[in-house]
Design a protein around this ligand. Sequence first.
Ligand SMILES: Cc1cc2nc3c(=O)[nH]c(=O)nc-3n(C[C@H](O)[C@H](O)[C@H](O)COP(=O)(O)OP(=O)(O)OC[C@H]3O[C@@H](n4cnc5c(N)ncnc54)[C@H](O)[C@@H]3O)c2cc1C
Ligand code: SF4
Ligand code: SF4
Ligand code: SF4
Length: 364
Amino acid sequence: MTMKSETKDKVALVGTPCHMTAAAKIDTFSDYLGESPLDIKIGLFCMENFSYSYMKQLLEENGYDMKDVIECRVEKGYFWFYLTEGRLFKIPLKEAKSCMRKNCQICMDYTSEDSDISVGSVGSPEGWSTIIVRTEKGLKLLEDAEEDNYITTKPIEDSGLKILKNLARKKKKENKAEITKREHVGRPVLYRRYISEDDFAEEVRECQFKDLKGDVIDVGACVLCGACLLACPENIIVIEDRKPQLKGKCPEGCNLCYVACPRTYNPKKEPLIESDKKPLGDYLKIVSAQAPMIKGQDGGVATTLLNYALAQKVVDQVVVVDKNRNHPWKPVSKLTNNLAEVLSASGTKYAACPVFKSLKEEQS
Ligand SMILES: Cc1cc2nc3c(=O)[nH]c(=O)nc-3n(C[C@H](O)[C@H](O)[C@H](O)COP(=O)(O)OP(=O)(O)OC[C@H]3O[C@@H](n4cnc5c(N)ncnc54)[C@H](O)[C@@H]3O)c2cc1C
Ligand code: SF4
Ligand code: SF4
Ligand code: SF4
């Protein structure tokens, strides 16, 4: 039994480190899950994510409405909301952390170590992005985009690189402490078992959605990526109340949601994600970059790389995260080949988004 059907198109995915880990895991277990359509992975840096409903409530308590927010930024120790009529509401990050998703407290990856190219703001001047190139595929995409004048790059400054490494180390250290705390009270963090892929496959042979619920969803480990929903051949997983939920009966022998979930096991051979020695993971090069024609969150680089990959037919479609029309700033994922839609999705939405759901919608 494998994922029900697969889009034949090649797809680029942009997303947070946990999205990249899920995509990498689907690749690793393609014998079980089927060939993944995801060909290029553009990962973002991510210290934490927030609950959309808590954020909305926090704004309302302070007399503001989500529909008036034009831009959100996390910068200089504050969460900033830029609002209509030139209004600005900022809240210390320490206070905004009350809205942080619980699963982010056990996340050890700051810079999308499983991507082809990672993009973030930390390490580069305002209006620029920091790019970490990790694979030959990522390198070719960046070099081609630069040669065709879509993107400008310059060496990252030593001081910027130092800040980036320190933040990545800080995330690993603090969240490792939280993992240890959870493990002491009998809430094991499953993705930190360093067993072989074969041992994992054997161990989870009979694990079904009820186990995923007990081991991941109910213990505050679910990243809300939607990989379980994509993997389900019976189409009986839905996301309701910001959680995956089962709407049917699992046939005997199926365990695909449990296999696909990035929080049941991480197939990295060594505990690299915990390593202080390699706080940014493996990479080929790091640069500062800018796409001056695009108004993005930082350098507009993520949007430009996606549009370049579409324009050059490196991929047929891309998955982006846009704002929900009916609920301002609630993120919604879209599979598209429309350059205008990719452009409209630029900018950061600080809430979790089940990006793999859009691939399922394409299949059904
Ligand atoms: C939750 C979150 C936390 C982040 N934390 C940090 C941080 O701590 N430090 C740092 O340096 N950078 C962080 N970033 C990355 C940063 O905000 C920018 O996305 C990055 O610098 C790229 O800028 P850009 O101008 O090149 O991107 P843009 O050209 O503006 O493109 C941004 C892309 O991000 C995608 N996107 C937006 N929201 C989401 C989402 N919720 N989930 C998945 N994809 C999304 C959109 O589809 C768009 O394609 C974070 C991003 C997110 C989503
Ligand atoms: S689990 Fe949270 S902190 Fe980690 S990558 Fe995902 S959204 Fe970011
Ligand atoms: S929900 Fe049930 S049918 Fe769907 S993948 Fe999981 S175990 Fe299989
Ligand atoms: S339970 Fe589903 S949505 Fe949650 S992390 Fe696992 S695969 Fe992603």
